[in-house]
Design a protein around this ligand. Structure first.
Ligand code: PLP
Length: 457
């Protein structure tokens, strides 16, 4: 297939880099529903949230109106160490697929933490430091967020306590050591170091944990230790705001070459990379300036958008956090231990949930084995060993490119390649040995979980 004139990698000059984050909520007619107090069902105020989160981040969380947030110089300087991330034209993949589609991916795996999570980690650590805090607590599932936060904390001299979902703690000992190398303390969750951890262990003995459990433990420690706050790596509005750097860079790079994507595809766990990638494009769509197909891809084992309900739910299993209105499988739902750990969250970003509910984006789900087939195909075509999470997006990008092959349409596909899979070799091993399973929850299981949703009118 003839190559066109677009370079293999589109980089941005330092002078072309975005200087602000874009807040897509400013352009949403239907704003995401506010976080509410689980007892009173009143919207959470800044004062209610202050014991848990950093002040500046609370302001960002509650701000549905400011369109642009200037990125503080210290964060811009940190970004310079690993950004811009490349926007790659997947010529090799196109060639292998023999598709007329033009495929681009935004690769966020080029930093030591290996994923896009560092974009928000440095922002959150920065605001904690600015507030004069001593440290921060958090949860990590697959380990990418914990790693990113450890790096950011080390850079700024903050203490960092990470609760790591037990199944990942055991499956990914090297992830744990990376975090410890950056100075973080890492505790497998559920643990008996917190009251909520003890309670969860008593109720679910032998549980391999979940993000929801780990969040509860991290929040408990933050709210009971002076000088500490809790930070979260996905789901929240503020995280999508920071991750808009991905989409802004992508848009600037595409505009440089007059490329207009037909569809934008991303994997969706809590929604932060997808929310970030699509934000400027979604902004144009919301303002009626352009149209794009936007597709969220989730695991069939944890299908919040495609099979969940749009309702107020707890963000954590221990039910200590505020309620968020989102597509959810129920906070009590503990997904099967699939290998895309970063996508094993029961809920979805309230921003993306609202946009999906209002018909601005599509969602689809894929079973695990199919995801790894796509990962393998991608690794052998483009060279990069993708994270299992990212491979959900690869899988649907390939499907769409193959559809173009049938119809002869030269569509432009952009997808988010959120990270590398070096710490996921246990998963790749299962796939290579042909012993990977495709757990998909039954309707009955989901119904049981929905029955436990908090009643909010
Ligand atoms: C955490 C993670 C995800 C999923 O999280 P989102 O908040 O949905 O973006 C996807 N890919 C990688 C590599 C991750 O680390």
């Amino acid at each position: 297939m003839a190559k066109d004139t677009i370079p293999y990698k589109i980089y941005l000059e330092e002078s072309e880099m975005p200087k602000y984050w874009y807040n897509v909520r400013a352009d949403m007619k239907n704003k995401p529903a506010p976080l509410i107090n689980p007892g009173t069902h009143e919207p959470m105020t800044a004062a209610d949230l202050a014991p848990v989160f950093c002040d500046e981040l609370i302001a960002q969380e509650l701000d549905n109106d400011t369109r642009e947030y200037p990125i503080p110089q210290e964060i811009l300087d940190f970004y310079k160490m690993y950004r811009p991330s490349p926007l790659v034209r997947a010529y090799c993949l196109e060639e292998k697929l023999q598709t007329p589609a033009k495929i681009y991916y935004k690769f966020e795996g080029n930093n030591t933490s290996g994923s896009h999570k560092l974009n928000s980690a440095i922002a959150q650590a920065y605001y904690a430091k600015k507030q004069g805090l001593k440290g921060i607590t958090t949860e990590t599932g697959a380990g990418q967020w914990g790693t990113a936060l450890s790096m950011a904390s080390a850079y700024l001299g903050l203490d960092c306590k990470v609760f790591m979902v037990k199944v990942s703690y055991e499956q990914k000992p090297f992830r744990r050591e990376v975090m410890r190398t950056y100075g973080a303390s890492v505790t497998p969750s559920p643990s008996n170091t917190t009251n909520i951890g003890k309670k969860i262990l008593a109720e679910h003995p032998g549980t391999t944990g979940s993000l929801g459990c780990a969040i509860s433990e991290a929040v408990e420690v933050a709210t009971t230790t002076p000088g500490y706050r809790y930070v979260l790596g996905s789901v929240l509005n503020q995280v999508l705001l920071h991750q808009s750097i991905i989409g802004l860079e992508t848009k600037i790079a595409l505009d440089k070459y007059n490329i207009k994507p037909d569809m934008i595809i991303g994997c969706a766990g809590g929604g932060s990379n997808l929310g970030g990638l699509i934000s400027p494009f979604m902004g144009e769509k919301l303002r009626g300036e352009a149209d794009y197909r936007i597709i969220a891809v989730e695991p069939a084992s944890c299908p919040s958008l495609t099979r969940g309900v749009f309702a107020y739910d707890f963000c954590d299993t221990g039910m200590v956090c505020p309620l968020a209105k989102m597509y959810t499988l129920g906070a009590d739902y503990i997904p099967a231990p699939n290998h895309a750990g970063g996508l094993r969250y029961h809920g979805m970003s309230p921003v993306l949930s609202q946009l999906y509910h209002d018909g601005y984006m599509e969602a689809t789900s894929v079973p695990q084995t199919k995801v790894f087939e796509a990962a393998e195909f991608f690794a052998r075509s483009e060279g990069i060993l993708p994270a299992p999470e990212s491979s959900h997006a690869i899988c649907i990008a390939i499907d769409e490119a193959l559809k173009c092959k049938e119809t002869g349409e030269e569509k432009t596909i952009v997808f988010g390649l959120t990270g590398t899979g070096y710490f996921d070799m246990v998963a790749y091993e299962k796939f290579n040995d042909g012993v990977m399973d495709d757990y998909i929850p039954t309707d009955e299981e989901l119904r049981k979980s929905f029955a436990k949703l908090p009643k909010v009118d």
